[in-house]
Every structure is written in structure tokens, then in C-alpha cells.
Design a protein around this ligand. Structure first.
Ligand SMILES: C[S@@+](CC[C@H](N)C(=O)[O-])C[C@H]1O[C@@H](n2cnc3c(N)ncnc32)[C@H](O)[C@@H]1O
Length: 353
């Protein structure tokens, strides 16, 4: 029996109050992992090998108190993030590797932002429930997109966090969306263009447009430096407001966009795509599709829905709700392909009716 199986069977033997307590204090684990990641400790272990807490501080300049840092490292080791020996030397594991900046599947920025500004917004959940209002304004002083505009570092970290969270969906789009013969794809709210760039890498005759908030464009363009010249020549970043209009294209991709908005905004955006679409075109959204009422599966998808509740006037949607949105904008859904992740991420593809 593996260690994980052991832990699973231990948990199923626990009384209900212990199971609930484990769920409730899960927030401790999340915060602790975020904190060591913000101190770059996974990167330091990867670069310099196992170390004591004291050495991390004295030799590598980690900004922490030795005793506190050691306690935090021990807590992380207890959940498998680091190794720990009898001499108080801690080291890297496969889990800490994904918290490094150099991992090809890095979730470093996601983890950092999660424990920082996002955590503040989540503290307003109870008020969101009572009032029906998203809480970014109450907790950060403005809505989240304005907060990003006012804080360029947050804007860059958010984009990097989105990229971190895109590995599976990019793989899915490359596998399931055939863009052979397509001339132009528009990635609406496409952040740094991580999805578009991979599509252009696969389809050598494809052109891509990324529509984003104007303040994000210089950051995205700077990050393009070093990318294959042929790809750079086929991608265009356009600053604008997607609710005012979208550039013309054959295929529209909206990845993790629809879930940020209420139905009125979503229908306006989908109609903008409809109007600007060349010919019959294709409307592709990548987002969660929630299971129908009565199906208690999809736990992370349902908590992602709460994330949308607390951050934006947005939500995750069931198949029926997706069909209603597409229909209201003049599209019909032709396929829903699940990417089989914990978040219920799916490719929802539609065409003009
Ligand atoms: C949840 S992120 C998704 C980013 C990217 N599509 C991905 O999945 O990695 C939403 C994106 O929408 C952009 N955005 C928000 N409001 C916008 C608007 N009115 N017009 C254009 N882009 C907008 C944000 O800057 C952000 O990059």
C-alpha cells in the first residue's frame, strides 16, 4: 500500500468531526505553501540542494526568522512538499518542483497570488452570500480588473498565474480543436497569449489576435521576446474592451472568460463575436461545465464557482446554462468535450444557428 493510499484509508476511518476539521483547516496548508513559495524556497532548494532554515536565511537571504521558518518547513514536509531529516535539513521533492519558476508545469505564481490578494477577497465570502455582491471592491478597494490596472505587478502575476493554470486546457485545445485550414483565430481576453502561441506553433499557416485590456499589452509584448520569430510575426496583440467589440476572425476562443461575468455581459460578448465572425466560423469557450443538479461530483468545479461568486459577478455554468447563453447570442453548441480535470474544464464549441 502506498503512503497516499494509507492516508486515504486512515481518513475514511476518521469520525465525522475529524473529517470536517481536516477540511476546515485545509486553508492552513494553502497559506503555508503560498508563504514558502513567496519566499522562493522551492527555487532555492532546487538550485542549492537541501539546507537548514538558518542557512536559507544566512546564505541565501531568505527574509524570515530562523525558528519560524523551520516550523513552516516542517509543516510543509508533513504534507510532502519538502523532505526533512533528523538534523533539520530540508530538501526538494517532486511537489516542491512544481512550485519553482523553472518547472515546465510551474504553479508558482498561482500559489503566490492565491495566498495573497486572492485570499483577501475570499475573506469577504460571507458578505457575498448575504448581499449577493462580489467582494473585490470591498476587500481591495476596487473591482479586480481595476485593481490589476492600478497594480502592474498584480497584473503580471495574475497573467502568470493564469498561464500556470493553463497547461491542461492548452493540451486539450491542441488535442481536440482542429484548426487546420483556419486563417485567423482570435483569443479574447487571452492574457499573455499562451494559448494562441501554442496554436501558432502547431498550425504554421494560422494567424492569431489576442484582445486584452490595454494596460496588459506592453507586458504581453515584452514577454514575447525570445519566442520563435515566425510565431511573433503571426501574432498581434490588440488593446481594447471586449464588450465594445472584438476583431474579426474565423474562430473565437474564450478561455476562462465567460465564468468571470454575469449572463448579460456574456451574451453581449458572444454577440460581439457573432457579429465580427468571418463566415460560419466557430465559437469555442474553455471553461467549467458543472454537473446537473443532483450530481454531487465535481467538488473543485463547485468551489471554483464560489471563487467566481466572491471575485466577480460571474459563475460556473451547467450544460443547460451554457446552451441558453449560446442560443441568446445566435449560436448552437455542437460539442462539449470534457478535459477530465478536477475543475470540470471543458471545450464548449458552437456554430452560428
Ligand atoms: C481569467 S483571465 C483568463 C486569461 C486567459 N484567457 C487564460 O485563460 O489564461 C481573464 C482575462 O480577461 C481579461 N479582461 C478582463 N476584462 C476585459 C475586457 N473588458 N476586455 C478585454 N479583456 C479583458 C483580463 O485581463 C484577463 O487576462
Amino acid at each position: 500500500m502506498t503512503e497516499t493510499q494509507n492516508k486515504d484509508s486512515e481518513r475514511s476511518a476518521l469520525p465525522p468531526q475529524a473529517v470536517v476539521m481536516q477540511m476546515v483547516v485545509g486553508a492552513w496548508i494553502s497559506q503555508t505553501i503560498s508563504s514558502v513559495t513567496r519566499l522562493d524556497i522551492p527555487d532555492l532548494f532546487k538550485k542549492h540542494g537541501p539546507q537548514t532554515a538558518l542557512k536559507l536565511i544566512q546564505e541565501y537571504g531568505v527574509d524570515a526568522k530562523p525558528d519560524h521558518l523551520e516550523r513552516v518547513l516542517r509543516a510543509c514536509a508533513s504534507v510532502g512538499i519538502f523532505t526533512e531529516d533528523t538534523q533539520g535539513i530540508f530538501g526538494p521533492t517532486a511537489l516542491s518542483d512544481v512550485l519553482t519558476s523553472s518547472s515546465p508545469v510551474s504553479v508558482k505564481k498561482f500559489t503566490e497570488v492565491f495566498g495573497n490578494s486572492w485570499w483577501k477577497v475570499w475573506s469577504g465570502l460571507h458578505d457575498a452570500l448575504r448581499t449577493g455582491h462580489a467582494q473585490a471592491s470591498a476587500q481591495l478597494g476596487m473591482d479586480y480588473w481595476d485593481y490589476c490596472k492600478a497594480n502592474p505587478k498584480e497584473m503580471e502575476d495574475f497573467g502568470e498565474a493564469m498561464k500556470s493554470n493553463s497547461h491542461n486546457s492548452i493540451r486539450g485545445v491542441l488535442e481536440y480543436c482542429n484548426l487546420s485550414g483556419v486563417r485567423k483565430v482570435a483569443d479574447i481576453g487571452g492574457s499573455f497569449g499562451h494559448l494562441t502561441i501554442e496554436l501558432l506553433r502547431k498550425y504554421r499557416n494560422l494567424y492569431g489576435i489576442v484582445l486584452e485590456m490595454p494596460d496588459l499589452i506592453p507586458i504581453a509584448q515584452r514577454r514575447l521576446a525570445g519566442e520563435d520569430k515566425d510565431i511573433v510575426s503571426r501574432v498581434e496583440f490588440v488593446g481594447g474592451n471586449m464588450f465594445d467589440g472584438v476583431p474579426s476572425a474565423d474562430v473565437y476562443i474564450l478561455k476562462h472568460i465567460i465564468h468571470d461575468w454575469d449572463d448579460t455581459h456574456c451574451i453581449r460578448l458572444l454577440r460581439n463575436c457573432y457579429s465580427a465572425m468571418v463566415g460560419d466560423g466557430r465559437m469555442i469557450c474553455i471553461d467549467t461545465v458543472l454537473p446537473p443538479m443532483g450530481d454531487t461530483g465535481g467538488d473543485l468545479a463547485k468551489f471554483l464557482d464560489i471563487n467566481m461568486m466572491v471575485f466577480h459577478p460571474g459563475k460556473e455554468r451547467t450544460r443547460n446554462q451554457w446552451e441558453a447563453l449560446y442560443k441568446a447570442a445566435g449560436f448552437k453548441i455542437v460539442s462539449i468535450t470534457s478535459l477530465n480535470d478536477n475543475f470540470g474544464t471543458s471545450i464548449v464549441e458552437g456554430r452560428k444557428v
